[in-house]
Design a protein around this ligand. Structure first.
Ligand SMILES: *Cc1c(COP(=O)(O)O)cnc(C)c1O
Length: 420
């Protein structure tokens, strides 16, 4: 099936006389005729649901849909994007080991990696896009376990050269994990370019309605885990299961569920999975509209005398345009546009406060146009000089273009810019 059809049809298939729409299995547990059957589930020798902390039929249907959209062998939904990132890393790293990641990651991921994982003894080594392969390789040693980057970085909108970093990671026998939140599998499928694991915050475009926080981990099934004892040696918590031997291509994602979801319990509710599925059913339509509206907004801003600069990968003269054309379908670059107004921080705040249709939100990437001014919110404590160093200019506005009529969005921008 083509990806638009997968969005609509995949995952749940109702049989004769059954519900046409994905049912919500609001049940913690599942009943069985014999203890022996349940024992097989515990031994992982038979597939089935036993307890909703580990798996649930509603959640499973959505996992199947996302796995299919990404062309992976399996997926696991989590209660948030943060827990997807956490599990994706600690599934194959332990105390005393390290990994490579980019310094332009989402702020929440940066905190998780730089502060919380550090307390667990796992070291994140940060790199930037301007570093050469040789410079990066100096940071890789025998304890380096993975590479981690974002397809379209939030909020810098830099695009990951997936093929380059996948090749670099593979030369050192380690996988590339890609956070594909902003692109979604509709605009980019990182596995086609050599990535090994994909994670998502489904709270953004995949849900798309700003209704439910969630995350997803998808396994390509193509990485060779022979250098990873955690996947090749017996797991004592499962009477000696060896993930690569017992589960083949699905070793990584099976371990994530049966070991880490079991132990950490970052479980999504069946109702959240149902809402996510509703969002996914229109993902293809929304991403097209988000992208065309954002491109129109970016072009309009570029011509405006009150606007200093605009950054949007879909613009032909943008520094990221070549990578956008390579990795994003038809260069469609999702809905987020960054720009700066004249008059610095004050100009930006005035612009934001004057908007009528667009609302000020911490969220991005849903169907209602919203804006955020990092310098007066998420980076509020910093001085102008510190903001420059952090790459957050005082006039920087993150504009998340919704799917309303483009003329209304632009009219709102214009009346607000007049007040700058
Ligand atoms: C929001 C976001 C996250 C975190 O996801 P939550 O669902 O908020 O936990 C991770 N990565 C990116 C790129 C995000 O935008």
């Amino acid at each position: 099936m083509k990806k638009e059809t997968i969005c609509v049809q995949s995952g749940y298939k109702g049989g004769n006389g059954e519900a046409r729409v994905l049912p919500i299995y609001q049940s913690t547990t599942y009943s069985y005729d014999s203890s022996e059957e349940l024992a097989k589930l515990f031994d992982l020798t038979k597939e089935g649901h036993m307890y909703s902390r580990i798996s649930n039929p509603t959640v499973e249907c959505v996992e199947k849909k996302v796995a299919e959209l990404e062309s992976g062998v399996g997926a696991m939904m989590t209660s948030s994007g943060q827990s997807a990132s956490l599990i994706s890393v600690i599934n194959i790293t332990s105390s005393g080991e390290n990994f490579i990641c980019f310094s332009n990651l989402y702020g929440g991921t940066t905190n998780l990696f730089a502060v919380t994982l550090k307390k667990l003894g796992i070291e994140a080594r940060f790199i930037t896009y301007d570093m050469s392969d040789e410079e990066i390789e100096e940071l890789i040693d025998e304890k380096t376990r993975l590479f981690f980057g974002e397809t379209i970085a939030n909020p810098s909108l830099e695009i990951l050269d997936i093929e380059r970093y996948a090749a670099l990671a593979h030369r050192h026998g380690i996988p590339l994990i890609v956070d594909n939140t902003f692109a979604t599998p509709f605009l980019c499928r990182p596995f086609e370019h050599g990535a090994d694991i994909v994670v998502h915050s489904t709270s953004k475009y995949m849900d798309g309605h700003a209704e439910v926080v969630g995350g997803m981990i998808v396994d390509s099934g193509t990485f060779d885990w022979s250098g990873y004892p955690c996947l090749n040696e017996p797991d004592e918590s499962y009477h000696g299961v060896i993930y690569t031997r017992n589960f083949g291509k699905a070793a990584y994602i099976t371990k994530a569920r049966t070991q880490l979801m079991r132990d950490l319990g970052s479980t999504p509710s069946p109702f959240s999975a149902f809402l996510l599925n509703n969002g996914l059913e229109t993902l293809h339509l929304r991403m097209e509209r988000h992208s065309s509206n954002a491109l129109a907004v970016a072009k309009h801003l570029k011509e405006h005398e009150k606007v200093l600069w605009v950054s949007y990968p879909g613009l032909e003269d943008d520094s990221q345009h070549a990578l956008a054309m390579k990795y994003l379908d038809n260069g469609m670059s999702s809905g987020v546009v960054s720009f700066g107004t004249v008059n610095g921080k004050e100009g930006a705040t005035r612009f934001m406060d004057s908007l009528k249709l667009a609302r000020i939100c911490v969220h991005v990437a849903d169907l209602r146009t919203c804006v955020l001014h990092p310098a007066s919110t998420t980076h509020r404590q910093l001085s102008d000089e510190q903001l420059e160093k952090a790459g957050v200019k005082p006039e920087f506005i993150r504009f998340s273009t919704g799917i309303e009529n483009i003329e209304d969005i632009i009219a709102d921008i214009d009346q607000a810019l007049e007040r700058v």
